[in-house]
Ligand binder design. Structure first.
Ligand code: SF4
Ligand code: FES
Length: 396
């Protein structure tokens, strides 16, 4: 049965109902969060900010993941990203990679690289892994290990990157940029070149999850952002044809928001370690949304029918100014999670848009950043798996 539009909502003439829209769309990418466990404690972690151990369900089993992987391929998914937490902590990872290969999915391991030994890499390669993405926190050990909250991590990442190169798998280096490392950009680019990466992703922090808790400490200043853009543009020109340099700009400093995930429930889905299916990694922060679980429903049913996916699909739900904006099918009103965190209502226009009536909230944060730049910052660290907060780390 097709749901009727709620009273007062505008449905453009000829627009598909939400359920019909869900049936016509096909998800290209699936982010499989195999576990929230992780050896690192990055202050911008995308793990949930509240993991209460007594409320946790067990992680999906190997056979549950295998079923989901097969259903994903049937649904049209092309690209499977194994992520976490740290996906290498799942001993069955090679079995899951093999399952993905069997159904024809392109696989990418998104890893801190801690635990990526020669033997482990060989197992994954033999299982059919297509590519590896290693996160780096900085270009040198003291700073990198401080950001990661894990002594010795940087050296292990360097070794793992060499192993990936040696075994011939395509290597992406990912760096989350923030005030603590953005001035190291030239050295970070040089590091990726030295490591023989095919691709370097310089991703400005998305201020969601732990990063939102730490936003004033992590946000770069406007001057830092402008300088970074100049450096990245020069590197993209210089490295054209040798290494792809992707730059994800910080939308707090932009006039228009990013089309978060190319629209809610349009191209991507995320499955949590316990099997909940989300339109984006942090969607659970939005209140009053129920996320269905692969333990109760097929992936196709959830993609096409789940109320959480239908809530912000298309443009029927948009308030002004998005509702009558010519860009509404291009940026989809920005990010629902960011709109919720900054305004208290996920249906509001993302304040990253300068047309948003809630823009002042974002500008107030930027003003706080300018006032605090140059002083020491302390971070809230992600919770350990047993639910205990770790000691905050400090850097200027
Ligand atoms: Fe995008 Fe809405 Fe801003 Fe228009 S008003 S540019 S649709 S966020
Ligand atoms: Fe959730 Fe953008 S991260 S919608």
């Amino acid at each position: 049965m097709k749901p009727s539009p709620s009273p007062g909502t505008h449905q453009p003439e000829g627009a598909l109902s939400q359920t019909a829209l869900g049936s016509t769309l096909r998800p290209f990418g699936l982010l499989a969060e195999l576990t929230y466990r992780c050896p690192l404690r990055c202050p911008y972690c995308s793990n949930p900010t509240q993991i209460l151990s007594d409320q946790r369900q067990p992680e999906l089993t190997t056979s549950e993941w295998q079923r989901v992987i097969s259903e994903a391929a049937t649904l049209g998914v092309l690209h499977l990203l194994f992520s976490g937490g740290e996906p290498l902590l799942r001993r069955d990872l090679p079995i899951l990679v093999d399952s993905a290969r069997t159904v024809g999915l392109y696989t990418n391991l998104i890893t801190s690289a801690l635990g990526l030994t020669q033997r482990r890499l060989q197992e994954l390669r033999e299982a059919g892994l297509d590519s590896v993405q290693i996160s780096f926190q900085a270009d040198e050990a003291a700073l990198a290990d401080g950001i990661a909250g894990c002594p010795g991590a940087h050296e292990r990442k360097l070794e793992a990157a060499r192993l990936v190169n040696a075994c011939g798998l395509p290597l992406t280096i990912n760096v989350v940029l923030h005030r603590g490392n953005i001035e190291r950009l030239p050295a970070l680019i040089a590091l990726a070149e030295r490591l023989g990466a095919q691709r370097l992703e310089l991703a400005s922090t998305q201020y969601l999850g732990w990063a939102f808790c730490n936003k004033v400490a992590l946000l770069p200043t406007r001057a830092q952002v402008q300088q970074a853009e100049t450096i990245v543009r020069a590197a993209q020109e210089r490295l054209r044809g040798r290494m792809e340099v992707i730059y994800v700009w910080p939308d707090y400093y932009a006039e228009r928001p990013k089309p978060c995930l190319y629209g809610w429930g349009r191209r991507y889905l995320t499955i949590t370690p316990e099997g909940e299916v989300l339109p984006c990694q942090t969607a659970r922060i939005i209140p009053n949304l129920h996320f269905d679980n692969v333990r109760q429903h097929s992936l196709a049913w959830i993609w096409q029918r789940s109320a959480a996916f239908e809530r912000f699909r298309g443009s029927h739900w948009m308030p002004e100014p998005c509702r009558s904006c010519p860009l509404r099918e291009q940026d989809f009103g920005g990010c629902r999670c960011q709109a919720f965190l900054l305004t208290g209502d996920a249906a509001n226009t993302d304040p990253a848009c300068s047309l948003s009536p809630h823009r002042a909230r974002l500008l107030a944060i930027l003003s706080e950043v300018e006032q605090q730049s140059g002083s020491s910052s302390s971070f809230h660290s992600p919770f350990a798996p047993d639910g205990q907060p770790l000691i905050p780390i400090l850097f200027r």
